[in-house]
Design a protein around this ligand. Structure first.
Ligand code: PLP
Ligand code: COI
Length: 354
């Protein structure tokens, strides 16, 4: 399929001070779009000026939340070139999400080609400041003008780009996380493993509660026993307990994070023991008391590697590593960001030049 290009005649002003970028607030001059219907498959692929999207007031996405998305980044290397990190993993995961929500499959290779072309057109928007990158948000939604609850015949796929800095105001400083004991995010058999908008809509009440109490985000418990920790609002979670890095296993209600997968590969490469298993709040609380919990951190595309300085359960604070970043957390941060920004060698072949 060809990709038609319509250039933006009124390009925006690029931000000068990358330290003030924040996350996901400003957008580049162009976006990629294509449409799907059952007869024609995906068609009308185009790069057009960034702007509002017109949908029917009866559109499936507005009523039944038929939407999935991805999050990845383009990084400015020290030599000025631009690279992506494991982009095909994101498009593959989008297909897993699409399968769960009965949305049409995409062709990962074509989407990667489209993404590269889009970034090439907007390449001057890729920030070069320390820690800043171009956040990439592909999303796909069902778009039938019909109020019946039914799998869709029409869908739209879009990619938008946002020059961004750090996700948390804390940057790489440890964040305080609240373990949520009332609301749940996902249950086995539900949509937890899919990256669909509805998961995030259901998470906002707890997120707001946490924010009001001064926490950066919520750590979710499993939806059945409410006993095992699963993941944080926008990142997977890892704990170093007695020298072993333990991370909740992928039970179906946890998002299979690409950063998580990369951290596990790095840790194994370094000979650090890693366990993917159930982790209970009780085990964590006990490990804090005995001093066995050496480090805790979250990992995700937007959040990168984010040390956790405090875990709070029902207003009881559990301080991790004196509220400081741990040694393995720091090493993972350095290695991963080194590979992503092209400052370190990439022995795994994770990066992809634009
Ligand atoms: N868990 C949730 C709920 C997320 O939103 C994210 C972010 O994408 C992650 C985990 C981490 O996934 P990844 O490393 O693929 O960005
Ligand atoms: C990402 O890390 O890419 C995410 O999608 C997290 C997001 C919900 C901000």
């Amino acid at each position: 399929m060809d990709i038609r290009v319509e250039l933006n005649a009124n390009p925006g002003v690029k931000p000068q001070d990358a330290s003030k970028l924040g996350f996901g607030k400003i957008f580049t001059d162009h976006m990629f779009m294509m449409e799907y219907d059952r007869e024609n498959g995906w068609h009308d692929a185009r790069i057009v000026p960034y702007g509002n999207i017109c949908v029917s007031p009866a559109s499936t996405v507005l009523h039944y939340g038929a939407e999935i998305f991805e999050g990845m980044k383009a990084y400015r290397r020290p030599d000025g070139e631009i690279q992506l990190f494991r982009p095909l993993d994101n498009f593959d995961r989008m297909n897993q999400s699409a399968d769960r929500l009965c949305l049409p499959q995409i062709d990962p290779d074509f989407c990667l080609k489209a993404l590269k072309k889009l970034i090439d057109i907007d390449r001057d928007w890729v920030p070069s400041a320390e820690g800043a990158s171009l956040y990439i948000r592909p999303f796909l939604f069902g778009n039938d003008p019909f109020l019946g609850v039914h799998t869709v015949n029409n869908a739209v796929f879009v990619i938008i780009l946002s020059p961004s800095g750090s996700y948390y105001k804390e940057g790489v400083n440890p964040v305080r996380i609240m373990i949520e004991t009332e609301d749940v995010r996902a249950v086995r058999g539900g949509t937890g493993y899919a990256k669909c908008g509805g998961n995030y809509a259901a998470s906002m009440r707890a997120g707001e509660k946490a924010e009001k109490k001064g926490f950066a985000q919520v750590l979710w418990l499993d939806g059945v026993e409410r006993k095992y920790v699963e993941e944080v609002g926008s990142m997977n979670v890892m704990f170093k307990i007695n020298g072993v890095v333990v991370t909740p296993k992928l039970t179906g209600s946890v998002l299979p994070g690409i950063t998580r997968r990369s951290c596990i590969a790095l840790l194994k490469e370094w000979g650090v023991p890693v366990e993917e298993r159930l982790v209970s709040v009780e085990e964590l609380a006990e490990a804090v008391k005995t001093g066995a919990l050496e480090e805790a951190f979250g990992c995700g595309t937007a959040a990168v590697i984010s040390p956790i300085g405090e875990l709070s359960v029902d207003d009881v604070p559990y301080v991790v590593n004196g509220g400081n970043i741990g040694e393995v957390t720091q090493k993972l941060y350095d290695e991963l960001t080194g590979i992503q920004w092209g400052k370190k060698a990439d022995p795994f072949g994770w990066t992809e030049a634009i």
